[in-house]
Design a binder for this molecule. Structure first.
Ligand code: GLA
Length: 383
């Protein structure tokens, strides 16, 4: 991909890039909507990434190009307003620059910037965190500075929260930043504190991307966030991570039905993440698979962020040989399902699931056999 991006950069800007960085997409393994509630979550960086190339300019102009969006967005260094319309993708790198500046970190002046990606977007694989982290790495390098990894991750999240405007937790940026081949990233979101848990040998990931997306997805995510905060307030804790099942039961009559359901999911889900870590350390993938399915059912029933498409895939996968478990991955309301399987699951199973999906919904599901990957890194450090 570096070669492809570099030649595209040359073709568009008629010069060589000085810096190239890469950051991976991620799978949310288990821990659905636990991150912004202070809980724990497990994710995996995948072997698909967003790549950014950059060369500095001396004239105070910033030019942004993307392999997937036609045209060049040209802005003076002083322009830091959010962009609306077809070129709004530049809000990711602009948001990172704004976050760096607000944190007192040096930012580059003018530059030529190009992004390319093989992370499918809209699949719940966090191409947005990947563009934030890869952009941040080239900006830091171009400004002649660097930051510790936890700060890189925090800058990506700050861009997403404050500039892009999504009140996400630390999962996406944390996993993209701390990913490691053959491992899961464990995040205790209260710190946040990052760790890795080795994946037992023979673990395989399959992603089934429905390409379906609820029209109100951003609003629904924000609404869930609000509902969780309301539940915590009524229960009398700062975050739902501090609530126990007994505390929830005691507060049930004071909670709205909606707030109760959201809290029920989050409290149980945080417990499932911890159980999954124990089962992974014991190499018990069958137990892990059961937790994945329980997580999905809880998202469906209590958090109400599943869809008929995602439910259909999880149900179908559950009865396939070689599948330990499956669940929706990411924010929900559309997007993708991920399955943890043995080597025994392969093309015949994929075809059965895809054909059944096509027959039921009249559209094709995109299937990706994902491998784990390493976290964000600067690939080329300038001339
Ligand atoms: C999205 C958000 C994450 C997390 C998940 C749900 O991916 O970006 O921070 O909240 O949804 O677990």
């Amino acid at each position: 991909m570096t070669e492809k991006l570099t030649s595209r950069f040359r073709a568009v800007f008629l010069r060589e890039p000085e810096f190239v960085a890469r950051a991976p997409g991620r799978i949310e393994f288990i821990g659905n909507h636990t991150d912004y509630n202070g809980g724990s979550v497990l994710g995996a960086a995948i072997d698909r990434s967003v790549w950014v190339a950059l060369a500095r300019r001396q004239d105070g102009i910033r030019r942004f190009a993307s392999e997937t969006h036609p045209g060049i967005v040209e802005l003076p260094v002083s322009a830091m307003d959010r962009v609306v319309g077809a070129q709004s993708w530049v809000n990711y790198p602009l948001g990172v620059l704004a976050a760096m500046r607000a944190s007192g970190i040096a930012t580059p002046g003018g530059f030529d910037y190009m992004v390319a990606s093989n992370v499918p977007s809209g699949a719940g694989l966090s191409s947005s965190a990947a563009i934030e982290l890869s952009s941040c790495l080239v900006f830091l390098a171009a400004a002649g500075t660097s930051v510790p990894r936890d700060q890189l991750v925090a800058l990506g999240r700050k861009a997403e929260n404050e500039f892009v405007g999504v009140p996400c937790g630390i999962l996406d940026q944390g996993v993209s930043g701390y990913g490691r081949v053959d491992s899961l990233v464990y995040i205790d979101c209260r710190g946040p504190r990052f760790d890795t848990v080795p994946l037992p040998a023979g673990s395989n990931f399959w992603i089934f991307n429905t390409h379906s997306k609820h029209a109100l997805i951003d609003g629904l995510y924000a609404a869930r966030h609000q509902e969780c905060m309301e539940a915590a307030r009524v229960i009398g804790v700062a975050s739902l991570v501090d609530a126990t099942p007994a505390m929830l039961a005691a507060a049930e009559t004071k909670l709205s039905r909606t707030a109760f359901k959201r809290a029920r999911h989050v409290i149980d889900e945080i417990a499932r993440v911890e159980q999954a870590v124990t089962a992974l350390r014991a190499g018990d993938l069958a137990a892990v698979g059961k937790l994945l399915v329980a997580s999905h059912r809880s998202s469906r029933t209590w958090f109400e962020n599943s869809t008929p498409e995602l439910d259909f895939l999880v149900d179908g996968l559950e009865s396939e040989k070689g599948v330990y478990g499956a669940r929706l991955t990411g924010g929900g309301f559309g997007g993708a399902v991920m399955a943890l399987t043995t080597e025994a699951f392969g093309e015949p199973g994929v075809k059965r699931i895809s054909d059944a999906y096509l027959a039921k919904f009249g559209s094709r599901v995109e299937v990706i056999h994902a491998r784990t990957g390493d976290g964000a890194a600067l690939v080329t450090r300038g001339r």
